[in-house]
Design a protein around this ligand. Structure first.
Ligand SMILES: [Zn+2]
Length: 68
């Protein structure tokens, strides 16, 4: 499974272009071809099922209505 592109948005607020970089660019820094800003390509995909610990942020325990 190869030939995949990593899509990310340019962090430059005045650019915000969608960049498609090859998977081989993971962990490296690429240069936006639109604004020329240097962008760090994440080594790992943001969404990794069963890999990343996803804990729901507990805002506040104000859930009153359960009568146990
Ligand atoms: Zn850019």
């Amino acid at each position: 499974m190869s030939s995949g592109l990593v899509r990310m948005i340019c962090p430059n607020l005045s650019c915000r272009k969608v960049l498609s970089v090859p998977q081989s660019a993971r962990g490296k820094s690429v240069r936006c071809r639109h604004c020329g800003m240097r962008i760090q390509v994440p080594a790992m995909p943001s969404m990794s099922p069963g890999s990343e610990i996803s804990e729901p942020p507990q805002q506040a325990a104000t859930e009153t209505g359960k009568n146990g």
